[in-house]
Design a protein around this ligand. Structure first.
Ligand code: GLN
Length: 415
């Protein structure tokens, strides 16, 4: 089918006269892609379906890539940061539904990527911004998703889907723009797929070790406690690591060697690091026993720090169990209490699994809890030089309450 793009672009000069300080900037006021010819209407009709495993069917309009894709639907309550969310490898196998209704208005830039790829199954939003306006904007969200072969849908009742997920728990869904597939076929597809028990980290991890040197750029640096370079040598296990975790470590002065998820513990120990970081990563921590074995072989020998998946793997390596939560925590507004200090941090979170603290051995301390549901949000085991967090101290996106150098100091000096 022929497609035409109608695009109207005005400069700020046109709008505000030549006194505007940013006369070179352009604001794309209206850009709509629609079908043309044969009396077709100049707006887009619903052309996609999201079929959930509970049998509900949600009609929507597609943007980005087309096709048919299966995944677990989770909702994210962040108000900003859709680009960081799209590039967080921990969303592999999942559709991210943004509860913020208006998405796409700041476009896409080259600086906010959390990894080199988008690993998520698709994006579900209420309203797709018809214009992009930001000084860093390089392209619009739809073009970006199409380039990266990621499906997106808009004009769907995201509040209603979120309420369903809150009541019934996470659901598997199939998103399709393919009219030749019946609703029943898509429903069967959603029922015959599961995210539990699948090793998703091997698909997102790097393939060979590399050094990471980039720090947080000066204009974004908010911490005054930046250390000198190469204070600590940290080996970071890449289970799907977000770039901002590495940037924050570099900003705090660490020399960083990133290694793949299958990198042997013995090779890591040969590097004689000051500390080992077990990163965030997608999927079920029980589906990656090889990673738990690696963690077991390292703990007690050097100080270690776990973030999210890394925290869950540490919980298992200590003999504890992890469980799947009803709908998990995804967003930049989760209150966490540090039980040592009583201080509350508003944190950035993205996880569907949690460590069951009742299953952990004596001596392991729960240091943080999520105040929404009292689930375990942080652990420490001084006897074996372990600290870990279920959430994201590097944020990206999210508030910076949890970003401080104390943990590095705790990890490396006190233990
Ligand atoms: N961000 C993460 O590391 C996610 C951890 C794990 N995959 C979960 O969903 O619980």
């Amino acid at each position: 089918m022929a497609t035409k793009t109608f695009s109207f672009t005005l400069s700020l000069n046109d709008l505000f006269g030549s006194k505007s300080p940013q006369t070179a900037s352009k604001v794309s006021l209206f850009s709509v892609k629609c079908s043309a010819g044969n009396g077709e209407r100049p707006w887009k009709n619903s052309d996609a379906r999201l079929v959930l495993e509970d049998g509900s069917i949600w009609k929507a309009k597609s943007f980005g890539a087309s096709g048919t894709q299966v995944g677990e639907v989770v909702f994210n309550t962040s108000l900003t940061g859709y680009q960081e969310i799209l590039t967080d490898p921990s969303y592999a196998g999942q559709f991210v539904l943004m509860t913020n209704p208006h998405i796409g208005n700041t476009g896409i830039n080259f600086d906010d990527e959390e990894s080199a790829q988008c690993f998520l199954s698709g994006l579900v939003i209420r309203s797709l911004s018809i214009s992009t306006s930001n000084w860093r904007c390089e392209k619009d969200l739809g073009d970006y998703l199409a380039e990266r072969n990621v499906m997106g849908i808009y004009d769907v009742d995201t509040r209603a889907i979120t309420r369903r997920l809150r009541e019934d728990g996470s659901l598997i869904g199939v998103l399709s723009t393919d009219n030749s597939k019946t609703d029943e076929e898509l429903l069967q597809m959603s029922k015959s797929w599961d995210i539990v028990g699948i090793d998703l980290i091997s698909g997102v991890s790097c393939k060979s070790p590399f050094e990471w040197v980039d720090r947080t750029k000066d204009e974004w640096e908010f911490s005054s406690s930046e250390g000198p370079r190469d204070t600590f040598h940290v080996v970071a296990y890449d289970f799907g690591i977000k770039h901002n975790i590495l940037r924050r470590l570099a900003s705090y002065g660490c020399k960083i060697t990133v290694v793949p998820s299958t990198w042997p513990a013995s090779e890591t120990l040969k590097l004689n690091p000051d500390g080992v970081l077990f990163s965030n990563g997608p999927g079920d921590p029980s589906a990656v026993p090889y990673a738990v074995e690696t963690v077991k072989d390292i703990i007690g020998k050097v100080p270690v720090f776990g973030i999210c998946m890394g925290h869950q793997l540490l919980g298992q390596a200590l003999g504890g169990t992890t469980y799947k939560m009803k709908f998990g925590h995804h967003g930049g507004n989760h209150p966490v209490r540090n039980l040592r200090t009583g201080r509350v941090e508003i944190s950035s979170q993205n996880h569907n699994y949690a460590v069951d603290p009742a299953t952990l051995p004596e001596g392991v301390e729960v240091t943080h809890i999520n105040l929404n549901d009292s689930s375990c949000a942080g652990l420490a085991f001084p006897a074996r030089k372990i600290v870990s967090l279920q959430y994201h101290p590097e944020a990206s996106p999210g508030p910076h309450d949890s970003d401080n150098g104390e943990r590095l100091q705790t990890c490396s000096t006190v233990y």
